[in-house]
Each structure stands twice: as structure tokens, then as C-alpha cells.
Design a binder for this molecule. Structure first.
Ligand code: ADP
Length: 252
């Protein structure tokens, strides 16, 4: 089942600028974790902003299930916000320092009107437990946690509504190496133990190899290679993919 897709999507940020994304088509299928890899400036964040409904393509289409994503359709967007959640790169920037973890993690539940009061607190507690944080984390503030724990808070917020798609934008690149391994393991476990499908954007091919069955390689706004991750990494056809593989440090 296709959960999200891009059809021939092009994004231009300016009249004279080269397209940040050119005629890209891809499908996010249920149960098939997808990696999008490429160097800085390749267009990875641009793809994510389309898949998150934050931006409309200049030409082409974004589909949510079998329907075009209509950002003005409030009923559709409410279902979409519940189904599609995101974890960003920098857990320092993505968590409001003035709010307690309970409010941060409970925010999607509140804004989508899914539960309140004790029911909301219970769901927040369950999400914190799933990401390996203690129950008393709910009453604390982001600055009381390490970088890895903050990323766990961000992951708890993303999964609290049990989305069908989890988009992860370089979710471990701001973390030190040992913490990276733990957060990658957590993502792997969350995906394996739920119906959630992961779309992970990374410049680090080593990280995505563990988590994603399929890989798309992006170079300067164009998809240059795609396929099963084992094929793409095992026998890269495109010189750019080979270059990426030799350039990045691997997980130890
Ligand atoms: P990546 O996430 O792979 O680093 P991006 O999607 O951020 O790549 O960027 C793709 C291209 O689009 C780059 O050339 C970048 O400079 C340009 N770009 C990205 N966002 C904007 C923006 N808001 N305005 C103008 N150009 C942008």
C-alpha cells in the first residue's frame, strides 16, 4: 500500500535558480523503510518539506494515499498530521526550552484533539517508556537531558499519535558516535514493533543501511539511483553513489 508519493515533483526556489528538485517521483510504501541519501544541497530537505506538506511542488504532485495532498482541506490535513510525523536533526532546536516534556510530547495529541487530561498523560507516559526515558521525565525540561535523550523526547513526540509514516531528517547526525548507535537501535526497534514506516534522510549511507530496505540517491536535485539498499550499496551503479560511499564515515 502506498502511503505517500511524489509524482514528477519539481521545486524551484527562485526564477533563475536551478531546480532544487527536478522531476522526482517516489513512493513510500507501508512496511518498506526508505532512505534518501545525498550530499548537502542535494535536495533532501526539499523532498521532506514536500512529504510533510510544508511546501507545495512548483510542478508535479504530492499524494497522500491515493489522493492528491490538498493543503487547504482541513479534514484531510488533520488525518495527514496524525499519519505523518517528523523527527528533525537538531534536538536542541526542535524542543521548546520553556515547556516541560509532558507538554512537548503531548502537543500532537492536544492539537489534534485526540485525548485530554489523564488520558493524554497516560499516552505521553507510554511514549516516553517506548523511547526508553523514565516516567519522571514528563515533569522535567529539555535542558535537563543529554543530546541523545533530547532526541528520544523528539521521537516520543513524533510517535505519540502512532503515525503511519515517520520522517527522520538526519536524526542522528547532531549526536556523538556512541549515542548515534543507540538512537539508530531505538528507531530500528520502534519500526520493527509497530506498523510505522520510516523515511530517513541522511548524508551517511552507513546509518541508513541498517534501517532501510530501499534507498534513493539524490544528486543536485535529481534521483540518480534507486533500489534495494543491499543492491545500491553492494553494487552501486552510479559514480556519485560510489563517491558518497567512500566519503562517509561508517558506524563503528
Ligand atoms: P539538502 O537537504 O540535501 O542539503 P536542500 O533541499 O536543503 O538540500 O537544498 C537543495 C537546494 O535548494 C540547494 O541548492 C539549496 O541551496 C536550495 N535551497 C534550499 N532551500 C532554499 C530556500 N528556502 N530558498 C532558496 N534556495 C533554497
Amino acid at each position: 500500500m502506498t502511503l505517500l508519493s511524489l509524482e514528477d515533483a519539481t521545486v524551484s526556489y527562485g526564477r533563475d535558480a536551478p531546480a532544487a528538485l527536478a522531476n522526482a517521483s517516489l513512493e513510500v510504501n507501508a512496511g518498506e523503510n526508505l532512505a534518501i541519501v545525498g550530499e548537502s544541497g542535494a535536495g533532501k530537505s526539499t523532498i521532506l518539506s514536500l512529504l510533510l506538506g510544508l511546501r507545495a511542488p512548483t510542478t508535479g504532485r504530492v499524494r497522500y494515499g491515493d489522493r492528491p495532498l490538498a493543503r487547504r482541506d482541513r479534514t484531510m490535513m488533520r488525518a495527514f498530521r496524525r499519519d505523518v510525523q517528523c523527527v528533525f536533526q537538531d534536538p536542541y532546536a526542535s524542543l521548546d526550552p520553556r515547556r516541560r516534556v509532558a507538554a512537548i510530547v503531548g502537543e500532537p495529541i492536544r492539537s489534534l484533539g485526540i485525548a485530554r487530561g489523564a488520558a493524554r498523560a497516560e499516552r505521553v507516559g507510554a511514549a516516553l517508556e517506548r523511547v526508553g526515558l523514565p516516567a519522571d521525565a514528563a515533569a522535567r525540561f529539555p535542558h535537563e537531558f543529554s543530546g541523545g535523550q533530547r532526541q528520544r523526547i523528539a521521537i516520543a513526540r513524533a510517535i505519540v499519535c502512532e503515525p503511519r509514516v515517520l520522517l527522520a531528517d538526519e536524526p542522528v547526525s547532531a549526536l556523538d558516535v556512541t549515542t548515534r548507535v543507540r538512537v539508530v537501535d531505538l528507531l530500528a526497534e520502534l519500526v520493527a514493533s509497530s506498523d510505522m514506516t520510516l523515511v530517513m534522510v541522511s548524508h551517511d549511507i552507513g546509518v541508513v543501511a541498517e534501517l532501510c530496505e530501499r534507498t534513493i540517491v539524490l544528486e543536485r536535485g535529481s534521483i540518480v539511483e534507486r533500489g534495494a539498499t543491499s543492491d545500491v550499496l553492494g553494487a552501486p551503479r552510479h559514480p556519485y553513489t560510489r563517491k558518497l560511499m567512500s566519503a562517509v564515515p561508517r558506524l563503528p
